[in-house]
Design a protein around this ligand. Structure first.
Ligand SMILES: *[C@@H]1O[C@H](CO)[C@@H](O)[C@H](O)[C@H]1NC(C)=O
Ligand SMILES: *[C@@H]1O[C@H](CO)[C@@H](O)[C@H](O)[C@H]1NC(C)=O
Length: 268
């Protein structure tokens, strides 16, 4: 008992001395997978036009991926097509996850994770806006899919202690990436391939690859190239949650029936 108390006291003293605020935040942020040899293909900023197509592509290779979706960025999540798109990929995720669920006894392996309501830089918003950026999308998840997501990626990968604490307070873990295709920074598809060629073999044992489902050439070409490249390099393709060693969702229930409340507020 005494030993434990001493350890706890010593541990917190140690971290107070070792980390500055930014490092302290990073300590709670997932940037690589728990197991070497794993790779998570992540796709941000949807659901958008090619969402279901990308879900089909992953399925055709029998590999998993993760969509870090927004509520109101390129499109409103409550649009009929968008509801159909995430419902579609979510259901595919369950099918892909079935063997793991049966044999490993874990929860679910769906595709969707939290990327905030309207893609603001969370380090620049008010406390109220920070809260609504998280809450509005979690509500949409619960309505449309019946789940409460366990992983959140702050837009632009920008966070500070306030942001990390707010995300943690909603029960979510922060995840960024360690391999960026630069497909949202003007890289052409061949340039993104070249970038990955450099990054993938040297990334520290595992890969969290950042891509954007809103980029036409990412949807049409880059993701398929990336799947093949990762498989060639011997990586096991996993969801963001598996990569981080946790469950994808804090709770899993049933989708709700649409009501007049299912709309994107015009202030966003
Ligand atoms: C997904 O979105 C596209 C257009 O953006 C739409 O044509 C399609 O019907 C949607 N639904 C499904 C299940 O893919
Ligand atoms: C951290 O982010 C919050 C908004 O979420 C902001 O109010 C605060 O000023 C930021 N702190 C620093 C040190 O940038």
């Amino acid at each position: 008992m005494l030993a434990a108390l001493v350890l706890v006291a010593f541990g917190s003293l140690g971290s107070a001395l070792t980390f500055n605020a930014r490092d302290g935040a990073s300590a709670g942020v997932v940037t690589k997978c728990v197991k070497p040899g794993q790779a998570a293909i992540t796709l941000d900023d949807g659901p958008y036009n090619w969402h279901s197509q990308i879900a089909d592509l992953l399925t055709s290779y029998k590999v998993k991926g993760t969509f870090f979706i927004n509520g109101n960025n390129w499109a409103c999540i409550y649009d009929k097509d968008r509801i159909a798109n995430i419902t579609y990929s979510y259901n595919l995720g369950h099918q892909i996850g079935l063997p793991s669920r049966l044999f490993l006894g874990s929860v679910t392996y769906p595709f969707e994770a939290h990327h905030t309501w309207s893609h603001q830089d969370l380090t620049t918003v008010s406390a109220e806006r920070l809260d609504s950026e998280l809450t509005l999308l979690t509500t949409a998840f619960e309505r449309i899919l019946g789940v409460n997501p366990a992983y959140c990626r702050p837009p632009y990968g920008n966070y500070n202690d306030t942001v990390v604490n707010a995300i943690n307070a909603k029960g979510m873990t922060v995840m960024t990436w360690n391999a960026d295709s630069m497909d949202s920074d003007g890289y052409t598809e061949p340039q993104s391939e070249a970038q990955y060629k450099q990054l993938l073999p040297s990334s520290d044992g595992s890969v969290i690859a950042l891509n954007h489902e809103t980029n036409p050439t990412t949807a049409s070409t880059l993701i398929e190239w990336l799947i093949k490249e990762l498989l060639n390099l011997g990586y096991e393709l996993v969801t963001a949650a598996e990569c981080a060693g946790g469950d994808a969702y804090q709770s899993v229930g049933q989708p709700q029936t649409p009501t007049a409340q299912w709309y994107c507020p015009s202030t966003n």
